[in-house]
Design a binder for this molecule. Structure first.
Ligand code: AP5
Ligand code: MG
Length: 190
């Protein structure tokens, strides 16, 4: 069982890299952003609750997010390991994840961050916004709000995982293939 938290600012490439890593390491990829968007598309109760926050670039409240993530893990309880993408994003989520995994006799193996400069990432997201249909990609102010949320609520997780001796970081700038290699080097060393 290996459980990897793929960490990084909005647009750092978490989803892109997860596509390769899930195949390579036979992991179940859980992106809370993707699950929220799926629920919004289907107009589920969860989607309706999350929509307003997501479209403004605010984090969705922990209570909704944690429950949703746990349900997804339960649905995949025969998995050989998980690749958590975009979760946890607050200290409360990280503590809830640890406590939940303990009940399964599992734990977070490592948190691996993709590092990149905000200005490069804002450009990437604005570019993607032209075709992605994501409301949170289309307006620079909303994109900047996502970085503010990251700085205030998510960045403290680096300290949380460093204290546990589980934090690793790689340069997130380069070709997609180069970055997959950097991440693989970390995962292979675990
Ligand atoms: P989420 O969907 O997680 O969005 P995000 O973190 O803002 O980041 P993205 O998914 O946009 O970026 P990514 O790092 O996956 O990069 P990607 O591979 O797509 O969350 C959306 C919202 O949902 C949140 O704002 C919040 O409201 C809510 N939410 C989700 N999880 C939550 C939680 N745990 N708690 C509370 N709320 C939560 O790549 C980005 C772009 O760059 C793409 O166009 C890609 O093609 C391009 N790209 C990728 N790699 C490279 C490269 N190496 N070089 C050049 N371009 C590249
Ligand atoms: Mg993503």
């Amino acid at each position: 069982m290996i459980n990897i938290v793929l960490f990084g600012k909005p647009g750092a490439g978490k989803g892109t890299q997860a596509e390769f890593l899930k195949e390579k390491y036979n992991l179940t990829h859980l992106s809370t952003g993707d699950i929220f968007r799926f629920n919004m598309k289907n107009d589920s109760a969860l989607g309706k609750e999350a929509k307003g926050y997501i479209e403004q670039g605010d984090l969705v409240p922990d209570s909704l997010t944690i429950k949703m993530l746990q349900d997804e893990v339960e649905k995949n309880s025969d998995s050989k390991g998980f690749l958590f993408d975009g979760f946890p994003r607050t200290i409360a989520q990280a503590e809830a994840l640890d406590a939940f995994l303990v009940t399964k006799k599992w734990s977070v193996t490592a948190t691996v961050a993709l590092e990149a400069d905000d200005e490069i990432l804002v450009k990437r997201l604005l570019e993607r916004g032209k075709t992605s249909g994501r409301a949170d990609d289309q307006d620079e102010e909303k994109i900047r709000n996502r970085y503010q949320e990251y700085n205030e609520k998510t960045a403290p997780l680096m300290g949380f995982y460093k204290e546990q001796g589980k934090f690793y970081a790689v340069n997130g700038i380069g070709t997609i293939q180069e970055i997959t290699q950097r991440l693989s080097k970390v995962i292979d060393s675990l």
